[in-house]
Design a protein around this ligand. Structure first.
Ligand code: LUZ
Ligand code: MOS
Length: 774
């Protein structure tokens, strides 16, 4: 994104204490990243004799396994052993929410790419060669690839869920306008730079240590223990960092770690299993495609009085995280709007695709695309701009969400009005209008996209974390938490917290690997909540240590604890610097036999949700923002370019502006990619066609907007957020939805008869069709 001028106005009201830190801070991983020194799973030092593994997967999407002949593969020189479900000592089951997913297929296959066996050999090359020698005979069964087909056949993951508020049926009767329609949003490939992988090694007494590229070390530990039939304390999971996760490694990093561990269990030797890109694309699930229908009712003055939607989620062949993702679709179905009468239903449909999974936004974007489509449809039919309808319905303080939570500290109107004022949106709209009057072969479109995203795992019990903080006797600090660094900069944020509490330089702080023996029973790094949960725990642990060492200092200096402060590695009494340094104080603390280690547990207060009533207060807080997207469509070719995306974003009080801006830019590009160019294609037999980067296009430097401007809205932040710095990982992805509607508006400017389409992604082919057809 560096070809663009990126403006970023600093929040002027930053705490004086932390200004220096904030200004100096950049993602501390960038140094080793640039030098190629950052360590990933594939970089672990393998033991002598380590085996390499490759997965043998189903070449059909649905069928009965009649026979498999492994003899030629087994006979290949260098092949050690081939493992199947028969070798599982515990349970051949990896389903997290619902136990419906075998590690290895037994008698049936349910998707193209479903693991059937693990080939373990002296080298990956040999294992791969052996894979080609396996002969399998499958009696094919009918294949379901879409949610609608699944619904028609009654193929579901679980029971549907519905949220409701008010009385939709009666409300529709009072509406001046009522519109109905259907939408589709396709899946999305995570395309983390580092593919899935794990390395398992045998330790003493049946213990297995696994280095995994996972967002959820505890999920890996628990699942390995279950599959091997051993206790969790026998399994240690360690994570240094991931080369991206985006949700794709929340649940789906697990099977590879389990397979490597299974082979290690049997062979008592280290085993490495790293998927290559083709295998990864074929075997792993993606963002869920959704086929949805909506009904929207408005009053004469454009108030949305009633909204009804049914979301058909294409869950794939097993539940994975689908039920939780479906739930988040309902939570975000009304986006940034207050609608007094709502009824939304989501149905998780079982198909013969790889189980679809978490992806940045976690079902929220899919829900938000539908309400934005409904608004665009209504606007087009009524003959107003979508902006007018959006603006007339923005969420206000104390409005009720359909799930019962009362909206507090709402910034929907603030970010909207700020965006209009700061970017002079009237002038922008006028520019677009004038351009369209004066140009016939190029047309511009503009769209507003407000966002509201709830922060917390929607499953309340998951909202907790722990931090283990050691101050070493030389005054350096080591921190262990459940946070997994995946490029989002969470480690830097945690270092900032400790640096701020102890007033010591970042160089004295180290974030340790994420390891289940140091921090146990963790939630995955997900839901945009990693810095909040683990950061709060870190803050608590550091504060406890601070109290303890302050006591030592006050005894030593013969003064009260209240008078002591630590600043820049020195002890101050009543704001006057003393001779006592941080390092000396730590050594004195040691000599006093006072503990320099602290473990803290944080559990988000106040949140709750009752699934029997579908009401509660599931989110610690919400993140708000508004984006204005402008696009130019080439009406001869159907290609398009985004002129600018101008955003007012609610960071609260950002603790790391550079990192947070990076999250906004990255998420925006990813959201635009999902809405415009990233097209996942399976054929009717359930075979992935977009199985390489030649057939699956993600945004590159040439397709990101020419200008991205992000202005922080000045808010007091939220105490539930770490140092009032709001979660930033997922919310900005949904600014990308604006790209879709900007294109729709440009097409309409060229072809007034164009009937708006809500079928994402809006690829250039579809744009071209729209320009010349109705
Ligand atoms: N993962 C999860 C998530 O398990 N629960 C959630 O609510 C969630 N939300 C966003 C992203 N990942
Ligand atoms: Mo998630 S979509 O792993 O935050």
């Amino acid at each position: 994104m560096h070809k663009n001028k990126l403006n970023h106005k600093l929040n002027s009201k930053l705490d004086a204490v932390s200004v220096a830190l904030k200004k100096s801070i950049k993602n501390l991983d960038s140094y080793t990243h640039v030098r190629g020194e950052s360590l990933y799973v594939d970089d672990v030092n393998v033991r002598q004799g380590t085996f390499h593994a490759v997965v043998f997967d189903s070449p059909k999407a649905h069928g009965k396994i009649k026979s498999i002949d492994y003899s030629k593969a087994e006979a290949l020189e260098g092949v050690e052993r081939i493992f199947t479900y028969k070798d599982v000592p515990g349970e051949n089951e990896i389903g997290g929410i619902i136990k419906d997913e075998p590690l290895f297929a037994e008698h049936e296959v349910h998707f193209w790419g479903m693991p059937i066996a693990l080939i373990v050999a002296e080298s990956e090359f040999i294992a791969r060669k052996a894979r080609g020698l396996i002969e399998i005979d499958i009696e094919e069964l009918p294949v379901i690839t879409t949610a609608k087909q699944a619904k028609a056949k009654g193929s579901f993951i679980n029971a549907p869920r519905s949220f409701s508020l008010g009385d939709v049926e009666n409300a529709f009767k009072d509406c001046e306008y009522v519109f109905e329609g259907e939408t589709f949003s396709n899946g999305q490939e995570h395309l983390y730079i580092e593919a899935q992988g794990a390395y398992a090694e045998p330790l003493e007494n049946g213990t297995i240590k696994i280095t995994s590229s996972t967002q959820g070390p505890t999920a890996v530990q628990k699942t390995v223990a279950n599959v091997l039939g051993v206790a969790m304390h026998k399994i240690e999971v360690d994570v240094t960092r991931l080369g991206g996760g985006f949700g794709g490694k929340e649940d789906q990093a697990t099977p590879w770690a389990v397979m490597a561990a299974l082979a290690t269990y049997h062979l008592n030797q280290s085993v490495k299993l790293i998927l290559n890109r083709h295998d990864d694309l074929r075997m792993t699930g993606k963002r869920h495609p959704y086929e949805s229908s909506y009904k929207i009712g408005l009053s004469k003055d454009l108030k949305i009085l009633a909204y009804e939607a049914e979301f058909l989620q294409n869950s794939g062949a097993a539940a994975d995280l689908s039920p939780a993702i479906a739930e988040r679709t309902l939570f975000h179905a009304t986006n940034s709007y207050f609608i007094p009468n709502v009824k939304t239903t989501v149905i998780s449909c079982k198909t013969n695709l790889p189980p679809n999974t978490a992806f940045r936004g976690f079902g929220g974007p899919q829900g938000m695309f539908v309400i934005e489509s409904a608004i665009a449809k209504a606007a087009s039919e009524i003959g107003v701009s979508s902006r007018e309808i959006q603006e007339a319905n923005l969420l206000d303080e104390n409005d009720t969400f359909s799930y019962g939570q009362i909206a507090k500290k709402v910034e929907a109107k603030n970010t909207w009005d700020s965006a209009k004022a700061i970017f002079n949106s009237e002038a922008l709209e006028k520019e677009v209008e004038d351009f369209n009057k004066n140009n016939s072969s190029f047309k511009k479109g503009i769209a507003f996209m407000p966002i509201t995203f709830g922060i917390s795992f929607t499953n309340t019990p998951m909202n907790h974390a722990r931090a283990l903080v050691h101050i070493y006797l030389d005054g350096s600090v080591g921190i262990s938490t459940a946070a997994v660094e995946m490029g989002q900069g969470v480690n830097t944020k945690m270092m900032q917290i400790a640096a701020q509490v102890f007033s010591i330089p970042i160089e004295k702080i180290k974030i340790e690997t994420t390891n289940t023996t140091r921090v146990a029973n963790t939630s995955p790094s997900a839901a945009s909540s990693t810095a909040d949960l683990n950061g709060k725990a870190t803050l608590m642990a550091c504060n406890s240590l601070l109290e303890r060492i302050k006591k030592v200092a006050s005894d030593d200096l013969n003064t009260s604890e209240d008078s002591i402060t630590l600043k820049d590695e020195s002890v101050y009494v009543n704001n006057k610097k003393t001779e006592l340094s941080w390092t000396e104080l730590i050594s004195k603390t040691m000599l006093q036999r006072v503990a320099l280690t602290e473990n803290a547990h944080y559990a988000t207060p106040e949140i709750h949700f009752d699934k029997t009533k579908e009401k509660g207060h599931p989110f610690a807080y919400h993140v708000y923002g508004t984006a204005i997207t402008t696009v130019t469509v080439d009406c001869t070719r159907g290609i398009y370019e985004f002129d600018s995306v101008k955003i007012v974003h609610d960071y609260g009080k950002s603790m790391s502006e550079g990192i947070d801006l990076g999250q906004v830019e990255g998420a925006l590009a990813q959201g635009i990619g999902w809405m415009t160019m990233e097209e996942i294609a399976y054929n009717d037999e359930g075979k992935l066609l977009s199985n390489a980067l030649s057939t699956y296009k993600i945004p590159d430097i040439f397709s990101v907007p020419k200008e991205v401007e992000v202005i922080p809205v000045e808010t007091e932040g939220n105490d539930m957020a770490i140092l009032k710095s709001k979660a930033v990982g997922e919310p900005p992805l949904m600014y990308g939805i604006g790209a879709y509607f900007a294109i729709q508006n440009a097409i309409k400017a060229f072809n007034p008869n164009y009937d708006l389409k809500f079928h994402a992604p809006m690829t250039p082919e579809k744009v071209l069709m729209g320009l010349y057809k109705n």
